[in-house]
Design a protein around this ligand. Structure first.
Ligand code: ADP
Ligand code: MG
Length: 418
């Protein structure tokens, strides 16, 4: 079927013509269709059978433009092809954290997948102060499995290069290059500032020599280091979770990039949530310690568990391959050193990317609700400055930071944990 933008009204008939939907829906006479996409780019519909409420799916379709801006900002709908392939690749290694796909069409730029409406978007639930005891374990598994198994450590070099080719994602990479690494760090017309943010505070980021060089270095890494198939947009709005389960959605920015970009996106977003809760816990009428402690603990566990799991996969791989490279008396020890060097480098990348992601959410076009929805603009600016200054420190000093504990201490130095 050639491309056609679907509407709520068209979906029941469209579904009735798909054999895959006949396995899910017992009839098509009484389907309820709701558009739920809060995203900036695409349309998401939930389709439920009014006659059998357990029969439901989610449908996501890309349109050939950027949804929030409209047709004046064209964006190839073929990005859905990347999203579909990235969901498939991730579920090869980590099916428990990726929504099951029931049907897809590259021509129609759509995917029909598991309805996750019993799982809220993580960001909103963190804003409300909810706890997710299993989240750090789940997401560290997702990160380790997907990133390790698409990297050169695991794949044979030919297969890896074919994947690099298959996941060239020019348009969405450009969005990141512009809106994460460039515009927020210059006087760009697309930037949006809280009016309570002072000029000198903005300049302390946009005109700082060391910071500008460090951000440019992170941008270069983003553009040149094809380490693994990364999600490319792994913030807390790309995760749907409840207390029991965690799903990663929306990988349309996927491409072969630096591993630290995914890990950093997540950690940077948790740091922003931590800062926002200095204010939000008061709004929720709670004493501010416990939830913020949980957020910092979660950051620490995510990093440590990710490293443990990644390293374990690596050692298992080396053992099963029986490579000659380390096959000598002190080889084991030298192999351990190599892993340590790689993982420290990855850690410092993670900090640099987390920092860019944090600063861009304050100065750039796309905000995070955690901070931007704080109504008291002076209070919001205070939290924005913490975020900016922490970002500045992380990106410029990343090569001197050796442990996640130091990062946590730094966060506490900007927003005391008490
Ligand atoms: P976009 O690419 O436009 O950002 P997302 O993939 O982030 O779109 O989806 C937008 C919103 O649609 C999500 O925030 C979530 O509320 C909802 N959504 C997406 N996928 C599902 C799903 N499988 N089940 C239920 N809701 C979903
Ligand atoms: Mg998206």
């Amino acid at each position: 079927m050639p491309y056609q933008q679907l509407s709520v009204e068209m979906i029941p008939e469209y579904f009735s013509g798909l054999p895959e939907m006949k396995n899910i829906f017992s009839n098509f006479n009484n389907l309820n269709v709701r558009e739920v996409g809060d995203g900036n780019l695409n349309y998401v519909y939930l389709v439920t059978n009014n006659d059998a409420s357990n029969e439901s799916v989610a449908l996501k379709q890309a349109v050939p433009f950027l949804r929030i801006v409209g047709e004046s900002w064209p964006l190839p709908k073929e990005r859905m092809t990347i999203e579909i392939k990235a969901l498939q690749k991730a579920s090869e290694w980590c099916p428990q954290h990726v929504p099951e796909i029931y049907y897809y069409s590259h021509e129609m730029s759509l995917v029909i997948m598991k309805d996750l409406s019993t799982h809220g978007v993580l960001r909103g639930q963190l804003i409300e102060g909810q706890y997710f005891a299993k989240f750090a374990d789940h997401i560290s598994t997702y990160l380790a499995e997907t990133l390790f198994h698409t990297s050169d450590i695991f794949l044979n070099p030919r297969e890896k290069k074919e994947l690099v080719r298959d996941f060239i994602n020019i348009d969405l990479c450009q969005i990141t290059e512009d809106f994460v690494f460039t515009h927020p760090f210059e006087q760009n017309e697309t930037n949006v500032y809280n009016i309570e943010l002072k000029d000198f505070e903005i300049k302390s980021i946009q005109e700082d020599c060391e910071l500008k060089i460090a951000v440019a270095e992170m941008k270069r890494k983003f553009m040149t280091e094809a380490q693994a198939l990364i999600h490319g947009d792994l913030h807390t709005g790309s995760i749907m979770a409840n207390e029991e389960e965690t799903y990663v959605i929306d990988p349309e920015f996927a491409f072969y990039g630096p591993i630290g970009f995914d890990v950093g996106a997540l950690i940077g977003n948790f740091l922003m949530t931590y800062f926002s809760h200095e204010h939000r816990q008061n709004l929720l009428g709670r004493e501010p310690y416990q939830y913020r402690k949980w957020l910092l603990d979660t950051i620490e566990i995510i990093w440590k568990e990710f490293v443990n799991k990644f390293e374990l996969l690596w050692v298992e791989q080396a053992t099963s391959e029986q490579s000659l490279y380390w096959a000598y008396e002190r080889g084991e020890e030298h192999f351990k050193k190599q892993r340590d060097v790689f993982l420290l480098d990855l850690f410092q990348d993670t900090l640099g990317f987390a920092a860019c992601k944090m600063m861009r959410r304050i100065l750039g076009l796309a905000k995070v609700a955690d901070i931007a929805d704080i109504r008291d603009l002076k209070e919001r600016a205070r939290i924005e400055n913490m975020t900016l200054q922490m970002g500045k420190k992380l990106v410029t000093e990343r090569k001197k930071i050796n442990s996640i504990e130091e990062v946590i201490d730094l966060a506490k130095s900007f927003s005391e944990l008490r």
